[in-house]
Ligand binder design. Sequence first.
Ligand code: GTP
Ligand code: MG
Length: 323
Amino acid sequence: MSTEIADIQDLDGVGPVTAGKLHEAGFDSVESLAIAPIKELVEKANLEHSTALKISRAARQTIHTDFVTAKQLWERRQTLQRLSFGSNNLNKLLGGGLETQAITEFVGEFGAGKSQICMRLSVNAQQLNKDGGLEGRVLFIDTEGTFSAQRVHQMAQSLQLDPEKVLDGIIYSRAYNSDHQILTVDHSFKICKEENVKLMVVDSILSHFRGEYIGRESLAERQQRLNSHLHKLLRIAQALNLAVVITNQVQANPQAFFGDPMRPAGGNILAHASTHRVMLKKASGGIRIAKIIDSPYLPESENYFQITEKGVEDATPRNKRDD
Ligand code: GTP
Ligand code: MG
């Protein structure tokens, strides 16, 4: 993607007033305009439909997003990077590490290790490519207030890294409700680009939505807002070649006669938006099981890890040990 035109004011149809409205709504760059749905430009920046359409076209033409050849798709895929979990078992499960240009969702009951994985990935993302990192910063959106700077400090120290440098590389945002969470992501394109963010975490994606939209009658609206939120995350991941991790809880599945009685919350919208879904479960002896439950190309397999001082590490269950 070419980024020669940096200022949105250089686009046809964007005067200072429109530019102001767009900036306020979180559209800070030509790329962010090119990937935004028209409806969003109309609603969030309060533009006329015809103006929004014109601006969107101009933005897409500027950075040539309309048509790509399969070869270009292939080339884009070659730029995909992988972030190490710090556990070979988890790396193997995810096909070599956490992918950029995708959303990876960790689902599991309380205490399954979702937040611990997010924190460890936030440490790893800052490391050199040769050490399994992405050589970039982290944007951590915390919706439950469970991010712990002390814990990250401890992980960094146990890994013989400079804890203060690691903490400095994590841009933290506490989201207090779903509107705030959506707004934070809407405004994140610029900061991700300027600060070389290579990993974005939303821990957890649904808690506010679940708490605020109660009852059948509000479900459609909830799902619609969630859908747009998730697509924004995916577009940022693809436009900036960064990795997105979201966490989610499980809910009872009353229709399950066979198999697992628990399923990820969030319904089809979340199922479709996540590129890879990984279910985490607590097993005996502090061992945890990670299982791929939905992915376009990763095989349905599982592997073991444990939570330690360093964050996450490989584990071997007793019945699989050689000794
Ligand atoms: P919810 O957010 O409640 O849904 O759970 P979660 O899946 O995010 O769980 P989380 O990642 O917070 O995991 C919590 C578990 O991690 C605890 O039950 C502890 O077993 C473990 N844990 C947390 N901190 C430490 C630590 O400093 N050292 C070790 N060894 N384990 C820890
Ligand atoms: Mg958590």
